[in-house]
Design a protein around this ligand. Sequence first.
Ligand SMILES: Nc1nc2c(ncn2[C@@H]2O[C@H](COP(=O)(O)OP(=O)(O)OP(=O)(O)O)[C@@H](O)[C@H]2O)c(=O)[nH]1
Ligand SMILES: [Mg+2]
Length: 480
Amino acid sequence: MASRDRSRQKSPKSSQPPAVQVNLEDIDSHWPPVEKLADETEAQRAERLEREREAKRVNDEIDHAIELEKHERRKRKADVKIILLGQAESGKSTILRNFQLKFTPASFHAEVEAWRAVIDLNLVRSVTFLLGLLNEGAQVPPMPEEGQLLPLTVITDDLRRLRVRLSPLRNIEDSLARFLSPDDPSHAAPTPSWLSERAFEVSVRSGSKWKSLFSRKSSSSKVEMQGFEEVKNARRVIEACKEDVMELWAHPAIRASLVEQNVALEFQSGFFLDEVERIAAPGYEPSPVDVLKARIQTVGVEEHLLKMETSAELGQQWAIIDVGGSRGMRAAWVPYFDDVNVLVFLAPVSAFNQTLAEDRTVNRLWDSFLLWKSVCSNKLLKDVSFILLLNKYDILDAKLKSGIQFRHFVTSYRDRKNDTESVMIYMKDKFATIYRQYSASQRPMHVHVTCATDSTATSLVLARIREVIFTGNFERADLL
Ligand SMILES: Nc1nc2c(ncn2[C@@H]2O[C@H](COP(=O)(O)OP(=O)(O)OP(=O)(O)O)[C@@H](O)[C@H]2O)c(=O)[nH]1
Ligand SMILES: [Mg+2]
């Protein structure tokens, strides 16, 4: 699930304060979170206990699956073990792809065809989102809530024509999602009676092994072959719709509606509408940057074994653990903290004006700070090298330059300057303070400001992480 962007509330034109503000000086008083049980009736109590029993049953099942997985993992020994942590959409899987691009480039390039299907789905989802704005006769709630988008009131003939011509994309969206995530019943795009301001609310889940489907194509089953045909067909439809998609995305009424409702699609994950001409062209091969920009949600915990192809590490195996970051998935992380050498924590600095998809009352930046605090103080990680990546710097920069006021969302920022440098200094200081205060041991912490979709800049950061890994290993060797 993707998160919500509160740009609707923080328009520079609007004087209204945003609904979810945070004061970073309050971080102590809110941790650990306290359950509100006062005034609970008997019926509510019974309901809560039932919910807790069910949650325990699900937890026990997860624990069992984790134990099995742990057993399997112990059989495969890696030379280096890195864990990527952070909230959903912080960029963990994107950093993993950067690792693959830098250290296992041949395997990275071998997977490009699989990524094209994801990019196609990301693109189609943006188009069907725009088509939702042309939903004539849509049931509009009398009092639209925050997060609900309203369709256009006047739909001109050219838009009506585009709507008809682009309607095959709806079927494609469904077949691509079904192919990429066959076991997931929630793959299909939702058809709400009203629109959501998020274009990409439902993600395909990466646990469904879609990449391996492409690599063993020749030995695929009949059903899988049928799926490949649908993916190829989807490509043909996307190519045929290229001009219409460009016309729709450039249409003044569509743009005006998005501006009016303060929806900035370009800040959302998996945004490819500005590149339709290239992506929908016949023979399109995704570039490494396209692969880094694609969005696919991680569900559960995945361990990727990288057989290093670079000369310095040739022959080594690095295990990179990539986790699903939403709140419901965090309980599953802990068993993977065993034997970890390096922890890379991703904090998306651009998320200051967004709320969690899983809990719209929680500011995403606030959630990142709380998560950082609990990770720092975790005793199981006390011997692990810590690397903090302040990610999505480019989006933070674009948001501040567009006039969005940081202090409207982070009240403790007060009247400091609203420029990227000052905001970054402030955030770095907050993360470092939490680290100093709560770290389970005295160990160095490395901080980098990153844009994970920029492979060149990220490559330099990965080189530094490699140094930390080697230094860490030497320190361990010294202890022996
Ligand atoms: N512009 C920009 N986009 C980024 C950056 N880092 C990641 N993204 C994009 O943000 C989206 C989400 O990134 P992911 O790597 O899937 O996030 P994640 O932390 O793995 O999320 P979960 O799997 O849900 O836990 C993807 O579309 C990425 O391309 C960045 O620094 N700048
Ligand atoms: Mg992920």
